[in-house]
Design a protein around this ligand. Structure first.
Ligand code: NAI
Length: 334
C-alpha cells in the first residue's frame, strides 16, 4: 500500500504532546518539519543529553531537557531518534518505567523493534516511520515542497488507533507528498542490513579484485582510479538507473558496452554469491547473529569506535586504497 497526503489526516495529532528523544540527523529534521506542518503547532519537547545537538535545539528555539523520566510521563507520542545502539539502554532504563500506557513509540528504523531490544508494554503503540533519506534531505525536501521516500508500519497496536497515528505522523514529518510505502520492521531491517552486509561489501570486494587484476595486467594507478570511480561514472550510472530504469539506462552506453554488459551479466558465475547472500540474510541478519555481535562491542568488547578504527586500518591496506592514496598525493588532492 502507498499513502499520500489525502489518505493521511492529521487529526490524531491534535492536542498531543510530542517528545523527540534525540535531535541529531533525523530528530532535528523531523521535529522542525512537524512543528511547521501543523497549525496550531503541536507541543514539541526535545529531550537530549547536553552536547552540540542540544545547543542546536536551543538555537532552533525548541530548548531541551535531559529529564527523561519527566518527558516520558508527558509524551503522547515519543520519537526515539538516538543511534540504534544507544536506544535499548536509554529507553529501557530511563524512559519505559514512566511512559503513559497509551503512548505511541515511533522508531525510524526497524532494528531494535525487530530484534526485541526495547521493553515496551503491550498497551503502547509501536509504529515505524522510516525515511529513506538522510536528515538534511528530510528537511530540504520538506522545505522545497517535495516529499521523500519513507516506510511506514504498525508493529504493535495497543490503543487500536496506531495506524491513524502512523499515517498522521508520516504526513506530519512531510513524507506523504511523494507516497509513503507500507513495510514492516522485519522487511526494513532485512533490506537495510542485507544491503550493508551483503550487497555493498560484495561491490567493495569486487572493486578491490578488479583493481588488483587490472594492476597486475599493467594498468596504472592513475588510469584505474579515474576509470573505476573518480570520473564519477558509477554515480552517473546509478542516477540514470533511478531516472530511466535499471536496465534501460544501458542505452546511454556504446554498443560495445551494452553488448558486453548484457552478455556478461548472464555469463558471470554467481553460484558463490547466491550462496553467500542466502547465508548472510538467514544466518547473520534474520537470526540476529549480527545484531548480537554489534551490540556486544560496546557492552563487553572493544567498543564500536575502536573496532571501526581497526577495520578502517585494514581497508586502507588494500591495493586499491594504497593506489588511490598515491594518486591523490601526486595530484595534490585531499
Ligand atoms: P544521530 O547519530 O544523528 O544521533 C544523534 C543524537 O543522539 C543526538 O541528539 C545525540 O545527543 C544523541 N545521542 C548520542 N549518543 C547518546 C547517548 N549515549 N545517550 C543519549 N543520547 C545520545 O542519529 P540518527 O542518524 O538521526 O539516527 C536516529 C534513528 O534514525 C536511528 O534509528 C537510525 O537508524 C534512523 N535513521 C537514520 C537515518 C540517517 O540518515 N542518519 C536515515 C533513516 C533512519
Amino acid at each position: 500500500r502507498l499513502f499520500y497526503d489525502k489518505n493521511c489526516p492529521l487529526d490524531s495529532l491534535k492536542g498531543k504532546t510530542i517528545v523527540f528523544i534525540g535531535y541529531g540527523n533525523q530528530g532535528r529534521a523531523q521535529a522542525l518539519n512537524l512543528s511547521e506542518q501543523l497549525n496550531p503547532a503541536p507541543k514539541i519537547i526535545i529531550a537530549n543529553i547536553r552536547d552540540s545537538y542540544s545547543s542546536r535545539a536551543e538555537r532552533d528555539g525548541f530548548g531541551f531537557t535531559s529529564d527523561w523520566m519527566q518527558v516520558a510521563a508527558e509524551a503522547d507520542v515519543l520519537f526515539l531518534l538516538v543511534p540504534d545502539q544507544v536506544q535499548p539502554k536509554l529507553f529501557n532504563d530511563s524512559i519505559a518505567p514512566s511512559l503513559k500506557k497509551s503512548a505511541c513509540i515511533v522508531v525510524a528504523s526497524g532494528y531494535n523493534v525487530f530484534y526485541k531490544y526495547l521493553n515496551i508494554a503491550d498497551s503502547n503503540d509501536i509504529v515505524m516511520v522510516a525515511p529513506r533519506m538522510i536528515g538534511t534531505s528530510v528537511r530540504s525536501r520538506y522545505e522545497s515542497g517535495e516529499g521523500f521516500p519513507c516506510f511506514v508500519s504498525v508493529e504493535q497496536n495497543g490503543t487500536g488507533k496506531a495506524w491513524d497515528m502512523a499515517l498522521a505522523l508520516s504526513r506530519g514529518i512531510g513524507a506523504t507528498k511523494g507516497g509513503v510505502i507500507e513495510s514492516s520492521a522485519r522487511e526494513e531491517t532485512l533490506m537495510d542490513l542485507f544491503a550493508e552486509q551483503a550487497l555493498w561489501p560484495t561491490i567493495i570486494a569486487t572493486f578491490n579484485e578488479a583493481y588488483s587484476t587490472l594492476k597486475g595486467l599493467g594498468c596504472s594507478d592513475e588510469a584505474l582510479v579515474h576509470e573505476m570511480w573518480m570520473s564519477k561514472e558509477p554515480a552517473e550510472i546509478f542516477e540514470k538507473a533511478a531516472e530511466d530504469g535499471f536496465v534501460k539506462q544501458l542505452v546511454h552506453h556504446s554498443s560495445v558496452s551494452q553488448y558486453g554488459q548484457l552478455k556478461g551479466s548472464f555469463e558471470v558465475d554467481t553460484t558463490a554469491i547466491k550462496k553467500e547472500f542466502k547465508r548472510i540474510a538467514e544466518e547473520r541478519v534474520l537470526n540476529g547473529a549480527f545484531a548480537k555481535e554489534f551490540m556486544s562491542l560496546d557492552k563487553d568488547g572493544p567498543g564500536v569506535e575502536k573496532k571501526l578504527e581497526e577495520l578502517y586500518a585494514k581497508a586502507n591496506e588494500s591495493e586499491l586504497a594504497k593506489g588511490e592514496a598515491r594518486v591523490r598525493e601526486r595530484l595534490g588532492l585531499k
